[in-house]
Design a protein around this ligand. Structure first.
Ligand code: B12
Length: 282
């Protein structure tokens, strides 16, 4: 019996942001998962299965086909890369925790030189932000540390975003719902979408839904993505969002977005981390 928690497919799906159908396909086609069975025949997945799914996502976000990514997971190629990413991620966290901007930028320079931006986003920056929030909630990180880190990373990501409005590709308008300030994941999503040939119009934090509609109209967008940490952020604007969905292709994202809300609005739900979601949206 494998160590650690034994998860049903729904719970595994929720954790990694991959639908149960796709997980089953990866299990069947590529033997990516190796569940144990209860006496009743129910499949239970281990921490090792979860890790292989995350490695598979990392392979896909690097542009590998599903078959190539599954092979890289089986050969341990992605795990090898993860093991060299790990120390760099710990170093970034350490430099940000002591508010050493110069050292943090150096670590980011080094990471971005050695790995693709998407690998750094998916494996270092986004997990770091998530972890920072958990530590802040438990009183293990101060507001100052959290603000320092998020401002430094935000500045860095926006510098990488320069010119993302240019090119020939389809245009996506990205915005947080009114009163929502968490625009970092939206920036990460925009960078990943830009890497897939899209152009980005970034409205960022606290944007009225009418302003998203206006921008989509004026610039001729192919997709408008709205993000919110809370479900209340979407629900307070449900009528306006429904009107936007009638005239434009819309997707909702962030921890406040759910399948139920997307079905009610008749729009797309973007699941998983912003890099995986960019693959789905593109
Ligand atoms: C940085 C940060 C801030 C910064 C935001 C800076 C910025 N410009 O973005 C500032 C300081 C402004 C801030 C403020 C607040 N924050 Co804050 N913040 C965070 C922190 C540490 C990181 C957010 C982040 O970028 N995460 C990275 C994303 C990618 O990870 P994730 O949130 O787990 O999201 C997953 C998916 O939902 C998906 N996803 C998320 N967003 C998106 C967007 C798109 C487009 C896509 C495709 C996918 C996607 O990706 C992840 C899966 O891999 C989080 C901790 C956390 N858990 O994330 C708290 C957190 C989000 N904040 C929280 C809180 C409570 C607040 C404040 C209310 C604090 C206060 N008392 O003032 C305010 C609210 C401000 C407001 N009105 O919006 C809570 C939210 C709890 C809740 N569900 O309501 C969190 C979870 C911290 C915690 N553990 O309690 N915060």
């Amino acid at each position: 019996m494998a160590e650690g928690p034994q998860l049903r497919i729904g719970e595994l799906s929720r954790r990694v942001g991959v639908s149960p159908g796709l997980l089953r396909a990866w299990e069947r086609r590529y033997s990516l998962l190796d569940p144990s069975r209860t006496e009743g025949g129910l499949r239970l997945y281990s921490a090792a299965d979860e890790r292989r799914v995350r490695d598979m996502q990392a392979g896909l976000s690097r542009g590998l086909s599903a078959a190539e990514a599954a092979r890289a997971v089986r050969d341990g190629a992605i795990a090898d890369q993860r093991s060299t990413l790990g120390p760099a991620a710990a170093e970034l966290a350490a430099t940000l925790d002591v508010m050493d901007a110069e050292a943090a930028h150096q670590t980011l320079d080094d990471l971005l030189w050695r790995f693709t931006l998407e690998t750094v986003l998916s494996n270092v920056i986004l997990p770091y932000l998530h972890d920072l929030g958990e530590r802040w909630e438990r009183g293990k990180a101060s507001v100052a540390q959290e603000h320092f880190a998020s401002q430094l990373l935000r500045g860095r990501l926006l510098a990488l975003a320069r010119g993302w409005e240019r090119g020939e590709g389809s245009l996506a308008v990205l915005a947080c719902v009114p009163a929502e300030l968490h625009d970092l994941p939206l920036i990460a999503f925009g960078l990943a979408l830009r890497d897939r040939g899209w152009r980005i119009a970034f409205l960022g934090a606290d944007t009225p839904v009418a302003s998203v509609a206006e921008t989509a109209e004026v610039l001729g967008s192919s997709l408008a993505v709205l993000s919110s940490v809370t479900s209340a952020g979407f629900e307070a604007r449900e009528a306006e969002l429904a009107a936007l969905v009638r005239s434009h292709r819309v997707a909702i994202a962030g921890t406040g977005a759910s399948a139920g809300l997307a079905a009610r609005l008749g729009c797309q739900l973007l699941e998983g981390d912003p890099v995986a979601a960019a693959s789905a949206a593109a």
